[in-house]
Design a protein around this ligand. Structure first.
Ligand code: G2I
Length: 448
């Protein structure tokens, strides 16, 4: 991607100018080859959480600057970091992130103003009247300092309990000020920076459930009474216990239908390989299918610095290599490497990813398997290439139709070309090692 196209991409998301102009500019040149520019082609931002302490690391910052069009300070704007003592504001770490982002033409999400966690103890010791004053003073202090520099603020974070009750979570704010603290926080925030989008942000609200119903009812009530709210953030921390819900898109859509934007604010999905890639594809596909889903943020640049690093939930590994999940996201956004390239975002560009695993191994041979996963659109066919080490020969292949040219085997579907958006199939093959135990290389998948 040319620097000019990338700067246009940044300018578009930074200023939230018309995405259509950007799309034309980006695609008359070449298909977008970064997350931020591909998302910009879809009229969305693609962000990441950032820690100020890592900005001095060359690989971290190079990846951040190249790929992302929005940043969220992971901890640096929280209450304990910004107002550790009453009325004493410290912005040093948050400023580092905001200054860096702005020098790179990235947008900034503000996270977060009113939250029960990472709250200094002095806040919890205040009586109701003082607490109300302190909450409003905190909102004014943060939003005033960053006025005009934040595209969206998480005004209130995680105010509802998990589980079936739909009740509010106990916190100093809830316990002393009652339900009305949320409304008051939003009204104060609107006055403090009228240009910022004001979001309510929470987790385990990604599908339709009792907790998301409770948030939905609050947003509906706010809209009906004119309480200023512009967006709802869906954190989207997924793993085996909390998988991507099947009604994710439907849930995003019902909130959008209330007249608010929706944003995916803290996305990470534990796992690896094609399964993780397929889950990321589902999430991106859901956002792109909802016109008021204005952007996505992953909760960190590299697995190594994730809040749950053992689950390897992000798009770059510890060496900043792009994971299959990265390829899947880029393809789902209609970016370069995705089938349908040069792609025409918004017109249903098709895409797929191919990932390899060795499923059996013995002294003279092994079985390989390639899993093909469709991107955010259904596909009717796919093509994958497998390059084998020179000595190795393929003795059989199933669930695919191979043609071989030298070391390169091109595989197309046998019966399994048609895949729904995000769905997978796989082909397998048996290899005679003939003295080489090296793994084959699987090239980019193309779809039609
Ligand atoms: O817990 C995941 C996220 C859930 N939604 C709200 C987010 O703000 C939250 O982010 C995480 C950060 O990713 C962690 O980095 O929030 C955690 C704390 O609530 C953050 O962890 C804290 C550690 O607990 C502290 O010990 C540490 O000093 O990070 C701090 C800074 O590294």
């Amino acid at each position: 991607m040319s620097m000019i196209v990338r700067r246009l991409a940044r300018a578009a998301t930074a200023g939230l100018v018309a995405a259509a102009a950007l799309t034309a500019a980006a695609h008359s040149a070449e298909a977008a080859d970064t997350l931020g520019s591909a998302a910009a082609g879809q009229g969305r931002y693609f962000g990441t959480a950032v820690a100020a302490s890592h900005l001095g690391e060359a690989d971290y910052t190079a990846t951040l600057d190249r790929e992302f069009s929005s940043v969220t300070p992971e901890n640096e704007m929280k209450w304990d970091a910004t107002e550790p003592g009453r009325g004493t504001f410290t912005f040093t770490s948050a400023d580092r992130i905001v200054d860096h982002a702005r020098s790179e033409g990235m947008d900034v999400r503000g996270h977060t103003l009113v939250w029960h966690s990472q709250l200094p103890s002095w806040v919890g010791s205040l009586g109701a009247s003082d607490l109300r004053t302190a909450m409003n003073n905190h909102i004014n202090g943060l939003m005033g300092h960053y006025k005009g520099e934040i595209h969206s603020w998480d005004v209130v974070n995680e105010a509802f309990q998990d589980g079936g009750s739909g009740a509010r979570r106990s916190s100093p704010f809830q316990d002393k000020l009652g339900d009305g603290f949320i409304e008051e926080a939003f009204r104060t925030a609107r006055a403090a920076d009228p240009a910022a989008k004001l979001c309510y942000n929470d987790y385990n609200t990604d599908g339709v459930n009792a907790k998301s119903n409770a948030v939905y009812n609050m947003v509906k009530d706010f809209k009906s009474r004119g309480v200023p709210i512009d967006c709802v953030g869906f954190q989207s921390h997924f793993n085996g216990n909390s998988p991507v819900p099947s009604d994710y898109r439907q849930n995003l859509q019902r909130f959008a239908d209330l007249g608010v934007d929706v944003q995916i604010t803290e996305l990470d999905i534990e796992g690896s390989g094609s399964a993780q890639a397929a889950d990321y594809t589902k999430v991106v596909g859901a956002c792109l299918a909802v016109s008021r889903c204005t952007g996505m943020t992953v909760w960190g640049v590299t697995d190594t610095y994730s809040w749950r690093s053992s689950g390897t939930p992000l798009l770059f590994d510890g060496n900043y290599n792009e994971k299959p999940a990265y390829d899947a996201v880029l393809a789902a956004l209609g970016g370069a490497g995705g089938p349908g390239e040069p792609g025409d975002p918004g017109d249903g560009a098709v895409s797929c990813t191919a990932t390899y695993t060795r499923t059996a191994d013995w002294s003279s041979g092994y079985n390989g398997q390639v899993t093909i996963t469709a991107g955010g659109e259904p596909i009717s066919s796919w093509t994958a290439t497998v390059t084998l080490p020179a000595q190795q020969t393929v003795s059989s292949l199933w669930n695919g139709t191979p043609t071989r040219s030298g070391d390169v085997m091109t595989v197309r579907p046998s019966w399994n070309g048609t895949l729904a958006a995000g769905a997978s199939t796989s082909f397998g093959f048996t290899v005679a090692k003939n003295g080489s135990d090296a793994a084959p290389t699987v090239g980019a998948c193309t779809a039609s």
